[in-house]
Design a protein around this ligand. Structure first.
Ligand code: GRF
Length: 202
């Protein structure tokens, strides 16, 4: 399965996929896209010999045009699964239609709690005792798509977002690799009775 990663930032999730998924169990990272030319994720990809491309928002008339260009570039590379890993752009419904049920995202909260920006800060402000990570299929909303896998961690004394983020990053990296492998082996489907419910064959 040919995989692309879209990332805007440091790219630790990309690195986890490079280190633990790329070249194993039929998974191949073939392309990395960013909206930011200076993203550290691009350096990680180049270092691993993966083809990269930057699509800056202001080079295109609108988001739809930018997403068409991204989708075309990914299709030319035979991409079958798109992983959003800290990609700070919303993807359009036209983009999702090119890769139906094949765009996934990772978010550092137990969705539907704390969607959108600053989920860890939102959780700390709320005073939760249990934090977590969600990997989900992207739909037209903001962090609203069907949940593929979630993992929780009890942090009753958490105060600092950087410490929580560090803890959650480790979980994100594991979960994302697990989900990519599960999709690659054809083990992920939707419950016909409740299509919101993602089923993973063990
Ligand atoms: C992760 O926390 C991910 O959950 C969120 O953006 C962050 C990206 O981190 N969507 P990195 O660039 O993979 O280190």
């Amino acid at each position: 399965m040919n995989v692309a990663v879209l990332a805007s930032g440091t790219g630790t999730n990309l690195q986890a996929l490079l280190d633990h998924a790329h070249g194993r169990n039929g998974v191949r990272l073939v392309a990395v896209v960013s909206d930011r030319p200076g993203a550290q994720a691009l350096d990680r990809a180049r270092g691993a010999g993966i083809e990269v491309q930057t699509f800056e928002r202001d080079r295109f008339s609108d988001r739809a045009a930018r997403d068409r260009a991204v989708a075309d570039w990914l299709r030319e590379r035979g991409v079958e699964l798109v992983v959003l890993a800290g990609y700070m752009q919303l993807v359009s419904s036209e983009f999702l239609a090119v890769f139906p049920d094949r765009v996934i995202n990772v978010h550092p909260s137990l969705l539907p709690a704390f969607p959108g920006l600053g989920p860890i800060e939102q959780a700390l402000d709320y005073g939760v005792k249990v934090f977590g990570v969600t990997v989900f299929f992207v739909d037209g909303g903001v962090d609203t798509g069907p949940v593929i896998m979630q993992r929780a961690v009890e942090l009753p004394d958490a105060r600092e977002s950087t410490a929580v983020l560090e803890r959650l990053h480790g979980i994100e990296h594991e979960l994302l690799v697990e989900v990519v492998f599960a999709i690659a082996r054809g083990a992920v489907s939707f419950d016909p009775v409740n299509p919101r419910r993602v089923v993973i064959a063990r």
